[in-house]
Design a protein around this ligand. Structure first.
Ligand SMILES: Cc1cc2nc3c(=O)[nH]c(=O)nc-3n(C[C@H](O)[C@H](O)[C@H](O)COP(=O)(O)O)c2cc1C
Length: 390
């Protein structure tokens, strides 16, 4: 795979993926909201923290394995939910589920995904987590929870940072909407990228038909060119802590809240019976001008009991990024775009390549830090970098 051999880092994969994606796909995958400040900050903050490594320790045998709720994962890394991933590769959700199983990573099915979750569960030995975009209406939530239980989903992740659609001006400029609508601009975009049009768009439509809202609600939804019943975002602005309390009573599996940034919300999550939180700004795709998840992490960590798992996503592109989050008390980091870059470059092999880049970097960097297990990482190994001289 020559194209992958030249991709030594996630940044290389991103560069190659951007070349291959039509403008609307690039805008959807890579973009953020408004001025892109939350997105930029999520990437930048890693550079403000530096390591203070230890030496002369036996790092001959290293393991980055971590255990969460009795399940051992090979590294402290997982696949965050990414809706409409079919836009970068035919059947992308299934490929993500397979790679996650092979590489022993958690995979979170997006509520906006297009492959039925029951099939994804088969691809992943019934270990998929499921992320819900919930309306604040228990009459609609209950049947979805029943479907998830029937499918033996072990972990329910509720995204709490999308009460309304964000101001994604970049997508408006590209005439890219959910539900999808064809426009002359999109058609021209496709014509200018024949490899994507043939390899992704036509392959998908000819083999599977127009992708559908397969997992948004308790039943298979319509094609993504149509509005689902109640609309794609209907009643999400009514979702409150009261709903979380009721869901906790109904849902027997693990319950995770995604998009927790404020320490008080972390405390509320614990008080409402959540089993973990994901510190996240939705990859800079919801509220703009947020601090980075990495900057929010210590405040969230301090607000919850020591044994309460704190997970994080946003801007993880290097093994050192993951190790910084672990050193600050995160049990696991998730990434959203890196595996989609891999998929856009080389399909399933590209997704695997993205994972192996992280894995190699994590194990090498642990040795260079003087650590043979994740337990040895702590805030003592980190310092704020001195401000650049003016
Ligand atoms: C293309 C794309 C689609 C996404 N779809 C969802 C989604 O359906 N549900 C959700 O909770 N988050 C979604 N996210 C946010 C990710 O779960 C995650 O928070 C974010 O991508 C992490 O940042 P990173 O891309 O820098 O790794 C999406 C992100 C991207 C890039």
């Amino acid at each position: 795979m020559g194209k992958l051999k030249n991709c030594l880092s996630i940044a290389d994969l991103e560069r190659e993926a951007r070349r291959r994606m039509p403008a609307c796909v690039r805008g959807y995958v890579c973009g953020g909201t408004e001025d892109g400040q939350s997105l930029a900050e999520s990437l930048r903050h890693f550079q403000r923290l530096g390591f203070v490594p230890r030496g002369l320790r036996d790092v001959h045998r290293r393991s980055a394995a971590t255990t969460l709720w009795g399940q051992t994962y090979a590294q402290p890394l997982g696949f965050a939910p990414t809706g409409f991933s079919a836009i970068v590769m035919r059947d992308c959700d299934a490929a993500l589920a397979r790679v996650a199983r092979e590489e022993q990573l958690p995979f979170i099915i997006s509520g906006a995904s297009t492959v039925p979750l029951e099939r994804l569960q088969q691809e992943n030995d019934n270990r998929c987590w499921y992320q819900a975009y919930l309306p604040g209406n228990m009459a609609r939530i209950r049947p979805l929870l029943e479907r998830l239980q029937r499918a033996e989903i072990p972990v329910l992740v509720i995204t709490m940072d999308t009460c309304v659609g964000a101001n994604r001006e970049n997508l408006q400029r590209l005439r890219f909407t959910v539900p999808f609508r064809f426009s002359p601009q999109l058609l021209l975009d496709g014509l200018l990228h024949p490899r994507w049009t043939a390899g992704v768009f036509l392959r998908t439509v000819l083999s599977d038909g127009i992708p559908r809202f397969a997992n948004l609600a308790h039943e298979m939804g319509p094609a993504i060119t149509q509005d689902p019943p109640h609309g794609f975002r209907g009643e999400r602005d009514l979702l409150t802590w009261d709903c979380i309390r009721e869901i906790r009573q109904l849902w027997p599996g693990k319950l995770v809240l995604k998009g927790v940034m404020h320490p008080d919300d972390a405390r509320l999550a614990v008080a409402h019976g959540a089993d973990a939180v994901i510190v996240s700004t939705h990859g800079g795709r919801q509220l703009d001008s947020c601090i980075s998840p990495l900057q929010a992490l210590p405040g969230v960590r301090a607000a919850v009991p020591d044994d309460f798992p704190v997970l994080i996503d946003g801007g993880f592109r290097r093994g050192t990024d993951v190790l910084k989050a672990v050193a600050l008390g995160a049990q696991m980091a998730f990434c959203g775009r890196p595996q989609l870059f891999g998929a856009a470059v080389a399909g399933e092999a590209g997704i695997r390549h993205a994972v192996s880049i992280f894995q190699q970097e994590i194990l090498t960097d642990m040795a260079l830090l003087g650590c043979s297990s994740l337990q040895e990482l702590g805030p003592d190994l980190l310092r704020e970098l001195a401000p650049a001289p003016v």
